[in-house]
Design a protein around this ligand. Structure first.
Ligand code: 15L
Length: 261
């Protein structure tokens, strides 16, 4: 069984995918916060992404990395810079120095959040971030490309929509990804032969999608879940429209207006 490092392991997205991942991989769980609920087959390896030596220590000896670490919503620049710019650089640099060639990077829909909801976009559009957070995700994708092409690494950047057990509002009906579909994409990132740097959307088989995910399909992705099965519930709970066109008409929603979230 391959040993895989999961950064950001104490976070909510990581908690949703860990049970599925550990059926296939020996997981090394890293976070700067305590990971209290590790089970058999999981090893806990704390590290602050700001500390390159510490990141090298947790990267050492793994077969691949799933990088969920960093700050996962909009914040002030100091926070984003430390967690998602310096932290992401340290992760890729540690992987290079320790000879770990496979990295799955948790990018986000907020790297392209200023595309209108009325437009269907493929994975190779130019970035259009909706926040400092979105800029940091575009930076992570660029780093993934640099390390892949320059240092012979194999990197998959997944622009995750929203991973939850089910979609919670109208916007999420377009961008939701189920934990098992996300794990299918992560498995492609860890296993598919011949990857250099690829960008895919982390989205289930959603009728209301804004994304052409043919690059993921080319790599073998076949989503099994559909947001439409939860449509009535999600629409009933919805707070849209907010009255601000930037939030209501663009894919990134509230991130297009929020200063801090
Ligand atoms: C993200 O990138 C966030 O990490 C997540 O918490 C959600 O806000 C999601 O985007 C979203 O757009 O719904």
């Amino acid at each position: 069984m391959k040993r895989i490092l999961l950064t950001g392991a104490a976070g909510s997205a990581a908690s949703l995918i860990r049970p599925l991942l550990r059926a296939e991989y020996r997981l090394r769980l890293s976070d700067r916060k305590p990971v209290a609920d590790a089970v058999a087959g999981e090893e806990v390896a704390p590290a602050d992404l700001g500390d390159l030596a510490a990141v090298r220590a947790v990267v050492r000896g793994v077969d691949g990395i799933i990088h969920f670490g960093g700050y996962s919503v909009e914040a002030d620049w100091e926070t984003i810079h430390a967690a998602n710019i310096v932290g992401c650089y340290n992760l890729f640099e540690a992987a290079r120095l320790e000879g770990v060639r496979r990295v799955v990077f948790a990018s986000s829909n907020h790297a392209i959040g200023f595309y209108p909801r009325a437009q269907t976009i493929p994975a190779d559009v130019s970035v259009r971030p909706d926040s400092r957070y979105g800029v940091s995700k575009a930076f992570g994708e660029a780093l993934g490309s640099l390390y892949a092409w320059k240092y012979d690494m194999e990197v998959l950047s997944i622009r995750i929509g929203n991973v939850l057990d089910k979609p919670v509002d109208a916007r999420r009906l377009s961008i939701w990804v189920s934990p098992r579909d996300l794990v299918q994409l992560i498995r492609i990132g860890l296993e598919a032969p011949g990857i250099r740097h690829e960008i895919v959307y982390g989205v289930s088989d959603n009728r209301r999608t804004w994304w052409d995910n043919s690059n993921a399909a080319r790599l073998g992705y076949k989503p099994v879940d559909r947001s439409e099965d939860f449509a009535a519930e999600a629409l009933a709970a919805d707070g849209d429209p907010t009255g601000d066109d930037r939030a209501d008409l663009n894919q990134g929603g509230g991130f297009c207006v929020a200063e801090t979230m």
